[in-house]
Design a protein around this ligand. Structure first.
Ligand code: NAD
Length: 424
């Protein structure tokens, strides 16, 4: 039951309000009482830190950093580190909560966490970003660790930042601890397949959803918003699988080719130019038009809250596979559902990254490295069985895929609370 309490089950921040609304929906379906609702809605631990940076020109600029462990009842916190000017504590809370359900729905022994700094990495040199990363890591040291909270890349960070986090943590502890972060470079304990894992997982569930509907990935038309670690790799893998990727955007613009963009050529262009803008083997189009493109599959793989009440009725894709975290507002979710659009929700669709992060952590703890084939097989197995479990639950209980995934995730976390009991 939706409660009428004054407790903070709503937020002014759209991303957090969305996450809290999704939780409230799952709690209602599960029939949980207010106590468990409040437990699940409340982050377990949060830390806010000032991150002073000595700029290359000598002056000092102060950023705000956050780390939120939303829930640790099933294991240590797990979640990315985001560098983006819009980062604030509420956004980090929302993303940490999503990580809790995501880890539970794909049955990883982790809770959910997230971190971020309100910095635009494009505005800073590598040396400045290294100083920011090391200072942030040392500020949150007491809270993180391989059995406490394990970081990974997110928007604006990558394996370079993870190497700095691992080094800063290890130097302070006095010996090398690779398992404190995942998404590291291969040479210092990263896992094979981690860089493309999220994208690979997206393509696995897109294929499962298409197959379920009697369709095929080969020949399907795909639009991708965002051309970073998730979007670019997803576009490449869709294309490798025979899909026709007609639209791609990034923060600066978008390109379109109805016969299918040459993704390899586009990757080479972006490597040189820094953006999809100016790609000559496609037409320049407005970034927003990618979301309403006439395609079979839409993959939002950039930022949250891009499918809203304002554009949901214009979405022509029949499948939305959420690469980004929280790209669809609750109102848009309802509209898309009414319009017959199948949404594969973020906590399932983009779980490939955290699954291979888990593999990386297991390998680091065992100091025994798996082959590409072992990673690929295990990732495919976990993604496809999680999809099948969610799809069965949705079918059996007449739920959307999102509600089914949330219900499975929330129930697993609530069960862990119940079994462990409340201390003291
Ligand atoms: P990234 O920083 O590598 O790339 C982000 C991309 O989005 C860039 O191409 C950027 O230009 C583009 N972008 C930013 N604002 C945009 C806008 N308004 N319109 C169009 N494009 C825009 O980040 P990433 O790691 O690819 O993450 C993308 C999303 O996927 C985030 O929501 C992140 O939380 C989620 N995610 C990432 C991973 C991972 O393994 N990296 C795993 C799960 C979920």
């Amino acid at each position: 039951m939706m409660t009428t309490t004054s407790r903070p089950f709503r937020s002014d921040n759209p991303a957090l309000d969305n996450a809290l609304g999704q939780l409230a929906g799952a709690v209602q379906i599960l029939g949980y009482h207010e106590g468990i609702h409040e437990t699940l809605a409340t982050p377990r631990r949060e830390i806010n830190v000032a991150v002073p940076l000595r700029r290359d020109d000598g002056h000092v600029q102060v950023f705000r950093g956050h780390r939120v462990q939303h829930n640790v009842s099933r294991g240590p916190g797990k979640g990315g580190l985001r560098y983006h000017p819009s980062v604030d504590i509420d956004e980090v809370r929302a993303l940490a909560m999503l990580m809790t359900w995501k880890c539970a729905v794909v049955d990883l022994p982790y809770g959910g966490a997230k971190g971020g700094i309100d910095i635009d990495p494009a505005e800073h040199s590598a040396a400045e970003l290294e100083r920011v990363t090391r200072r942030y890591t040392s500020e949150i040291m007491p809270l993180i660790g391989p059995t406490q909270d394990i970081m990974a890349p997110d928007m604006g960070t990558g394996e370079r930042e993870m190497a700095w986090v691992m080094d800063t943590y290890s130097v302070n502890v006095g010996h090398t601890i690779p398992a404190v972060v995942t998404g590291k470079p291969l040479a210092i304990g990263g896992s094979r397949g981690r860089g493309t894992a999220t994208a690979r997982g997206i393509v696995h569930v897109a294929d499962a959803a298409l197959t379920h509907a009697g369709e095929r990935i080969k020949g399907s038309r795909v639009a991708v918003q965002g051309f970073g670690k998730v979007g670019a790799n997803a576009a490449q893998i869709f294309s490798d699988e025979g899909a026709v990727v007609t639209h791609v955007s990034d923060a600066f613009g978008a390109v379109r080719d109805d016969d299918g963009l040459d993704i390899e050529a586009l990757l080479a262009h972006v490597a040189a130019a820094g953006s999809v803008v100016g790609f000559e083997r496609g037409d320049a189009v407005d970034g927003a038009s990618v979301l309403t493109a006439d395609v079979d599959v839409l993959v939002p793989a950039a930022i949250d809250s891009v499918l809203t009440v304002d554009n949901a009725n214009d979405v022509r894709a029949r499948f939305v596979v959420e690469g980004a975290n929280g790209p669809t507002t609750q109102e848009a979710d309802t509209i898309l559902g009414k319009n017959g659009v199948t949404i594969v929700p973020d906590i399932l669709a983009n779980a490939g990254g955290v699954i291979v992060s888990y593999f990386e952590w297991v390998q680091a703890n065992q100091t025994y490295w798996w082959t590409d084939a072992e990673i690929e097989d295990r990732l495919a197995g976990r993604m496809r069985s999680a999809y099948a479990e969610v799809a069965h639950h949705a079918h059996d209980h007449d739920l959307t895929l999102r509600d089914a995934a949330l219900v499975i995730g929330v129930q697993r976390v609530a069960d862990a609370h119940r079994l462990r009991g409340l201390y003291p």
